[in-house]
Design a protein around this ligand. Structure first.
Ligand SMILES: O=C(O)c1ccc[n+]([C@@H]2O[C@H](COP(=O)([O-])O)[C@@H](O)[C@H]2O)c1
Ligand SMILES: Cc1cc2nc[nH]c2cc1C
Length: 350
C-alpha cells in the first residue's frame, strides 16, 4: 500500500459515516499528503507580514496609513484581533516587519524600506527590494521548520494592501478584470472603489510591457507584504509544510506563488471566504474553488484572523483522526452486541 492509499484507509476507517467531516476531512487528507507521513498533532505557528504601501498617497484609503504601524504593534503586544485569537487557542505568532513606514522595526526586523513607492507614479519597488522581501518570507519558513512547527498560517497588515493586491491580481488575471478591486477596509465607500479601480487600471496599463511574470506584477504594483508572503509560500513547498491562507491579500500572494511554481498548490489550504470582491478570482487563479473554502463568515479583517480560526478546527480534526475509534472496531463491537442479543433471545425462548 502506498502512502496515499494508507491516508485513504486511515480517514475512511474513522468511526463516522464516510465523508461526513466534509471539507475538514479533505483538508486533513491534503495535510497528510503534504507531510508525506502521519503526524499526531498539529503544531502550528502564525506569521503576519506587515508593510506600508506608497499608493496610499493617491488617496485610495479611508484610514490613516499610520494604522499599519500602530496595529502591528498591537499584534506584537497581543491586543489585535489575530493575537487574541492566537493567545486564546495557544497558537504562537510572529509579526514580521517587511516594510512598515516607521524608523523603529515592529516584531522581527526584515524591513526592506519604509513602505513601497506609489505605483501610480513609479514602480512600487526595485528588483533588489523584491528579492529582499521574497527572502524574508523564505527565511521565516526556514525558521519555523527548524523550530519544529509542522503547520503554518499566514496573515498580513498594511493599509492600502487591498489596492496593491487588486492591482497584482488584475495584472496576472484575464484582461479587463479591474472589477477585482473592492472596498478594503472602507466598507460601502463606493466612490473610493471607483477611484481605486482607476488607479489600478492606469497602473496596469503603464507597466504592462514590463510585467511578464507574477514576480514582475508584485514588483511594479504590489507590496513588500505580498512579496514576503509569496516567498514564504514557495518555501513551504520546499519544506513540505502545509499552510492556511487567510483573506484576499494572502489569496493573491498564493495566486502569484502558484504561477511561479504550480506545486505550491499541494501545500495550500483556503480558510475563509473574504467578502472582498476579488476573493473568488484570486482563489480560482490559485486553482481553488469557492466550495472548497470551509468558513463563509463575511469576514474581511485580514491579519490572518480566518486562518487562525481554521487552524483551531483543523487541529481538533487531526486530534480526532488520531484518537477516534475506528469503523472496523465499532463494527466488531456492534457484531458482538448483535450476537449477544440473539443469544439472549434464544435462551429466553428455551
Ligand atoms: O483579508 C482580507 O480579505 C481583507 C479585506 C479588507 C481589508 N483587510 C485589511 O485591511 C487593510 C487593507 O485595507 P485597505 O482599505 O487599507 O486597502 C489591511 O491591513 C488588511 O489586513 C483585509
Ligand atoms: C483598525 C484596523 C485594523 C486592521 N487590521 C488589519 N487591517 C486593519 C485595518 C484597520 C483600519
Amino acid at each position: 500500500m502506498n502512502f496515499a492509499e494508507e491516508v485513504e484507509e486511515r480517514i475512511n476507517n474513522m468511526a463516522k459515516p464516510p465523508g461526513s467531516l466534509g471539507i475538514w476531512e479533505k483538508q486533513i487528507r491534503k495535510v497528510f499528503l503534504a507531510w508525506g507521513h502521519f503526524e499526531k498533532k498539529l503544531n502550528p505557528v502564525h506569521l503576519i507580514f506587515a508593510a506600508d504601501n506608497g499608493v496610499v498617497r493617491s488617496g485610495i484609503v479611508q484610514q490613516l496609513p499610520e494604522i499599519t504601524y500602530m496595529q502591528s504593534k498591537h499584534m506584537v503586544e497581543g491586543s489585535a484581533a489575530v493575537s487574541c485569537f492566537c493567545r486564546c487557542n495557544d497558537i504562537p505568532w510572529q509579526v514580521v516587519d517587511v516594510g512598515i513606514d516607521h524608523e523603529e522595526a515592529v516584531g522581527i526586523n526584515y524591513k526592506v524600506a519604509r513602505g513601497t513607492k506609489d505605483f501610480s507614479v513609479e514602480p512600487a519597488m526595485t528588483k533588489e527590494e523584491l528579492n529582499k522581501a521574497l527572502r524574508a518570507g523564505q527565511n521565516m519558513v526556514y525558521w519555523a521548520k527548524k523550530k519544529g512547527y509542522n503547520f503554518l498560517s499566514f496573515g498580513e497588515m498594511g493599509i492600502g494592501n487591498t489596492t496593491t493586491s487588486a492591482a497584482v491580481l488584475t495584472a496576472i488575471a484575464p484582461p479587463n478584470a479591474a472589477f477585482l478591486v473592492g472596498y478594503g477596509s472602507a466598507q460601502g465607500n463606493y466612490s473610493q472603489v471607483l477611484q481605486k479601480r482607476e488607479i489600478v487600471s492606469k497602473g496596469i496599463k503603464r507597466y504592462a510591457p514590463q510585467i511578464h511574470t507574477a514576480a514582475d506584477a508584485i514588483r511594479y504594483v504590489g507590496g513588500f507584504d505580498l512579496a514576503a508572503l509569496c516567498g514564504a509560500m514557495l518555501a513551504c513547498r520546499e519544506h513540505q509544510l502545509p499552510f492556511y491562507i487567510d483573506g484576499f491579500i494572502t489569496a493573491v500572494a498564493l495566486a502569484c506563488a502558484v504561477q511561479l511554481n504550480p506545486e505550491v498548490r499541494n501545500y495550500s489550504l483556503p480558510s475563509h471566504m473574504s467578502r472582498e470582491s476579488g476573493m473568488g478570482m484570486a482563489l480560482r487563479m490559485a486553482g481553488i474553488d469557492e466550495y472548497e473554502v470551509p468558513i463563509h463568515a463575511e469576514m474581511a479583517l485580514g491579519e490572518g484572523t480566518g486562518a487562525v480560526l481554521a487552524s483551531v478546527i483543523l487541529r481538533s480534526v487531526l486530534y480526532a483522526v488520531t484518537n477516534m475509534a475506528t469503523l472496523s472496531s465499532i463494527n466488531r463491537e456492534a457484531e458482538a452486541v448483535a450476537q449477544e442479543k440473539s443469544r439472549s433471545i434464544i435462551n429466553k425462548e428455551k
